[in-house]
Design a binder for this molecule. Sequence first.
Ligand SMILES: NC(=O)C1=CN([C@@H]2O[C@H](COP(=O)(O)OP(=O)(O)OC[C@H]3O[C@@H](n4cnc5c(N)ncnc54)[C@H](O)[C@@H]3O)[C@@H](O)[C@H]2O)C=CC1
Ligand SMILES: O=C(CO)COP(=O)(O)O
Length: 325
Amino acid sequence: MRIGVIGAGAWGTALAQVAAHGGGSVRIWARDPAVAEAINATRCNPLYLPNIALSPSIEAVSDPAAMADMDALLVVTPAQAVGAVLATMPVGSKPLVLCSKGIEAGTRRLVGEVARAIHPAAPIAVLSGPTFAHEVAAGLPTAVTLACEEPELREALSARIAAPHFRPYATDDVTGAEIGGAIKNVLAIGCGVVEGAGLGQNARAALIARGFAEMTRFGLARGGRAETLAGLSGLGDLVLTCSSTASRNFSLGVGLGQGRSAAELLADRRTVAEGAFTAPVLRQAAAEAGVDMPVCDAVCRLLEGAGVSEVIGALLARPLKAEGA
Ligand SMILES: NC(=O)C1=CN([C@@H]2O[C@H](COP(=O)(O)OP(=O)(O)OC[C@H]3O[C@@H](n4cnc5c(N)ncnc54)[C@H](O)[C@@H]3O)[C@@H](O)[C@H]2O)C=CC1
Ligand SMILES: O=C(CO)COP(=O)(O)O
């Protein structure tokens, strides 16, 4: 199976490296021709994944037409760009494996819903889990959720993408897998705020647990399953990104917790912190679904510029409730 990777940021490049394991043929599309040229010339992606020697079976391109003869496409652009980028791609009935984590602003669609609307003949899969790109690219072990409703395709994709250090677990719950990955980014910002404001490790653990309750409520309301939300793409990724400054979302939260503004922090970055885009859309989607998400709402308010002590104070002062409610 020839694998095409759409998006040559950190994660697209790391996934290309996984798919090239054992000499598998991989073509990676970069929006910026200079990135494609650098990968082909130096066998490295100096801008997005420095210090990783890329496999010789990875070829980089910047023309979407070059993806026409791939057998399956991994979609790895920032979530807000998936619709625009997929509209330029020769997809037809090729399987699309969605690896971006987010919800589209305006439409409130999950990335899979965006892809289905543009390429209705393409079968959809989702790959998501605890996967810092630099660790995966360096060959450190992890496990991921591979979600797809079609059993044969699910099996074929799992077999193609698996490597000794990269272990996919299969499910048919595409929605559950997508929702975990999107919401954990918002919660990671919240945990970064706790760290930046010096609120302590108890607070961070409490936020992870109550955040997971919100992720589960929203995921169930949108048709996902509890076991998926408690799996690698949900709880697994939540624990990873809520506990490490290697997470862009967590580190954005650290800056907010130290009193810096979201605008200032985001202006400094070339790489994407998806939670900043997902948070306001999630607030709308949660209201629409009638799901209470006070932690995610607090993250929204912090991104909008509300003060840390005011927001945390309001969160803690809400009426007491039962844990399972
Ligand atoms: N970096 C990581 O460890 C992981 C990232 N992800 C997800 O993968 C997705 C991509 O993340 P990264 O590769 O880390 O991003 P990145 O920030 O390293 O790179 C983003 C890439 O997308 C391109 N890009 C930016 N705006 C674009 C647009 N409007 N149209 C087309 N291309 C555009 C950039 O040129 C760059 O190649 C995100 O949804 C992220 O949440 C998922 C798992 C791990
Ligand atoms: O999704 C990720 C790890 O699974 C990467 O997290 P950040 O985007 O917060 O760096």
